[in-house]
Write a protein that binds this ligand. Structure first.
Ligand code: GAR
Length: 210
């Protein structure tokens, strides 16, 4: 059975979606001891670890400690779920092709932070979320699946974020399962599902309960 490690920094709602989808989670690791998601993981009998970035002198030494902890679980896939640390190139290289992230925008638009606010400010009509393989460049890398969430005229960042998050909880387990089950063909930056499952979710309120 393939094994999944989830890295979190905060409340861990995406972590929860991965667990509740029945994926084989070996452990949840956080860079913050106070991450809310750790409490939920422990309550559900999942192994947890804390690697506090503040206890490491620099990024390489933090990344090394993190990698050593991850490797003890021998995972097939490592999923970043609201893990708010930039990872160094050697770390990313070590897990190439099996390190995955979810980002709250339709990449390559709106990399970085405050994506919902920036989408509203920019006046775009479609926003969403992206699951992608991690490369050394922040919020870049081959796209596995995207959820398209229309921006409504009366949206504020909180309302929009809430609808995007619900879409995240659908697409992340789907994409991680594809990776775990080897259901993806990768050619350069292009990733396709072997069985032609759609790699988008149209989350306009009429689909899948959103
Ligand atoms: C999610 O919206 C996720 O897409 C985002 O942080 C949130 C974490 O929420 N990630 C990023 O912005 C990464 N660049 P969660 O802890 O409830 O899953």
């Amino acid at each position: 059975m393939s094994r999944l490690i989830i890295l979190i920094s905060g409340r861990g709602s995406n972590m929860r979606a991965l667990v509740e989808a029945g994926l084989p989670v070996a452990a949840v690791i956080s860079n913050r001891a106070d991450a809310g998601g750790l409490v939920w993981a422990r309550e559900h009998g999942i192994a947890t670890e804390v690697i506090d970035h503040r206890l490491h002198v620099d990024r390489p030494s933090f990344d090394q400690a993190l990698a050593e902890t991850i490797d003890r679980y021998r995972p097939d896939v490592v999923a970043l779920a609201g893990f708010m640390r930039i990872l160094s190139a050697p770390f990313v290289e070590r897990y190439r092709g099996r390190l995955v992230n979810i980002h709250p925008s339709l990449l390559p638009a709106f990399t970085g932070l405050h994506t919902h606010e920036r989408a509203i400010e920019a006046g775009v009509k479609c926003h969403g979320a992206t699951v992608h393989l991690v490369t050394a460049e922040l919020d870049h890398g081959p796209v596995l699946i995207q959820a398209i969430v229309p921006v409504r005229q009366d949206d504020d960042p909180e309302r929009l974020a809430e609808r995007v998050l619900r879409a995240e909880h659908i697409i992340y387990p789907r994409a991680v399962r594809w990776l775990l089950e080897g259901n993806l063909d990768m050619t350069g930056d292009h990733v396709r599902t072997r069985d032609a499952q759609p790699q988008y979710l149209w989350a306009d309120g009429s689909a899948e309960g959103l």
